[in-house]
Design a protein. Sequence first.
Length: 63
Amino acid sequence: MPKKTTKKSAKKTSQSGATRAGRPKGSGKFGCATKAVRVPTHLEDDIQLFIRRKLKTSGKAVK
């Protein structure tokens, strides 16, 4: 009788054994950790304007 073959799932790699891709932490524009935030598209322009004004008053460079 033939052996049953089972479908193997993809092997998960731990962070310690994985090759780290991308930019190193802390090397971004502001040199600190970041966080993705979802905002309604109708508020996107207002939020961008708010951020630019805050950065301008704090003395940070604005692109």
